[in-house]
Design a protein around this ligand. Sequence first.
Ligand code: 2RA
Length: 353
Amino acid sequence: RRPTLAVVGATGAVGTVMLSLLAERADVWGEIRPVASARSAGRTVRVRGEDVVVQVLAPEVFDGVDVAVFDVPDEVSAQWAPIAAARGAVAVDNSGAFRMDDDVPLVVPEVNADQLARRPRGIIANPNCTTLSMIVALGALHRAFGLESMVASSYQAASGAGQAGIDTLYDQLATVGGTHELGQTAGDVRKAIGEDGLGPFPAPLALNVVPWAGSLKDGGWSSEELKVRNESRKILGLPGLRVSATCVRVPVITTHAVAVHAWFAQPVTAAQAREVLLGAPGVAVVDDPAAGEFPTPADVVGTDPTWVGRIRQSPDDPREVALFLCGDNLRKGAALNTLQIAELLVGAEQRLE
Ligand code: 2RA
């Protein structure tokens, strides 16, 4: 019997990408069961080219399910992932509900697939999309050179805030586009968009950048910045890794970018770093600034790899390497990584690009 997969949150931004990936990738599944909240009751979604009715989230939808992937808010996962596990499914959760739980592995197949085996709660956590935009490449560099600390500045897409983020940015661009005037006087963009046009963002996003993502935590850090730090430590198995992140929202629909400065246990030249990255599964290198070639979100969106460029060794510290990374935050940042975990669980892993 081919394994049964439940997709919980099938009608959301990530769930939609998950279903499209399932149609693109080698088909290793038997039944694929789309599940969503009662709000989506009766809706149909395209599953492998067919219209399938979405099932309403209830304990019985997990009966007979081998793997249940969750693309839902933290509080929904917190309640329902344990129920899915109790009904015999392995839950792969894309929310933040369980990521830092000692009994829940936080898995990136290219970096720490060995952690999958230890899942006493029957739950596996998928990292935050910002962490996933850089960790595959950093994992390869860590294995080669011994990562000791890093400074990361993210440039995060609007779709990280879900469909509301996407719709808000398009609406704001429609408001400010074509004027050839806005963005030249303090507050003019904010005035044009209006407080009710901000959507899920604390400041205007079009013609702007917003140095905030998530919620306020101790010391003025955002939850997003602490996720980058804490998740990187857990995935790499480096509890003492020093990580300082600044997470910034930028007017991009989909694909996060991250500028990273990484310090290693030994001197690393740009050529050495580039060679390791060229051989790393799930990583693509575009690094020829003389030719204007470096990763950009507009070129990376819709693709699976982590794209890396601007690779350079610091002129002040031979152990420091700087690089710029891009990754589609809905694909590898969420749906693809979750699906790769699900495929590993049923022994159907597919070649890592
Ligand atoms: C964001 N990484 O971009 C967070 C959650 N997807 O908003």
